[in-house]
Design a protein around this ligand. Structure first.
Ligand code: 4NP
Length: 152
């Protein structure tokens, strides 16, 4: 499975989600890949926010190699599962979908830990709360791996 994590800037939430998934892929010896992107492109080419880097490092994950990039329509071809952090990202991704098959690939990430609730990962850029964001993402990624291993 090829997974893409998507937020607005691709510097706070989705880089963390990517780092957590990379760790889980190695830990579980999964034949999966993960990348991340942002719907805005405002931070193209930039390293993740230093607060995301710090919280990842506190959990033994290095995300320093990541660089922000824009989500593009071709991502529907490159990925099987496209995970939005909040409903705004979700709608921005769907705007680029070309058909029903593309649309079916898009899901809110917290629907893995809270099925059907369409909960959002809060944007920590201005408000902070990076550790809370980390915990939410870790729970969701663990639930996704569990679901995936049982034949998703
Ligand atoms: P992210 O957070 O979408 O989790 O990467 C944000 C990063 C930057 C901005 C907003 C949210 N910004 O307004 O530049």
């Amino acid at each position: 499975m090829r997974i893409l994590m998507v937020c607005l800037g691709n510097i706070c939430r989705s880089p963390l989600a990517q780092g957590i998934m990379e760790k889980m892929i190695v830990f579980n010896n999964l034949d999966w890949t993960v990348d991340s992107a942002g719907t805005s492109g405002w931070h193209n080419g930039e390293q993740a926010d230093r607060r995301s880097i710090a919280v990842a490092e506190a959990h033994g994950i290095n995300i320093r190699q990541q660089r922000s990039r824009l989500f593009v329509q071709e991502d529907f071809e490159e990925f099987d599962l496209i995970l939005a952090m909040d409903v705004s990202n979700y709608h921005n991704i769907l705007k680029l979908a070309r058909n029903e098959e593309d649309k079916k690939k898009v899901e809110m990430i917290l629907n893995y830990s809270f099925p059907g609730e369409n909960r959002a990962v809060p944007d920590p850029y201005y408000e902070g709360g990076f550790e809370h964001v980390y915990q939410m993402l870790e729970d969701a990624v663990e639930a996704l791996v569990k679901a995936g291993k049982s034949g998703r």
